[in-house]
Design a protein around this ligand. Sequence first.
Ligand code: ZN
Length: 110
Amino acid sequence: MNNTNVNPENVVCKYCQSPHLVVVPAYNEVHHSKLVCKSCGKLQRWLPKPSTVESAKRTLETISLLKRKTLPPKEQAFIESLSDWIRFKRPTPKQTAWLERIAAREGVTV
Ligand SMILES: [Zn+2]
């Protein structure tokens, strides 16, 4: 996010309906930045790192491609459970490593 003075989604403040929302860097590990109301100063929501959004998209694509393959039952169960998991949480390094191993063997690249 280069421009910190934009209203990225054309939304208004949840609290005061002001259209003057700004993206402010968050300086923490989890979030990239936050969307804050310039008028009342209240936090609207946290914004993820662009790289996090990208990698989540790739994981989803990899999973959907692997779901079309015939995999050993253990791996198939893993793909199924991971597909539920990532709706709420980021995959763990262990899950990512396993997913990448299966994807590489199956010739799935995204
Ligand atoms: Zn406001």
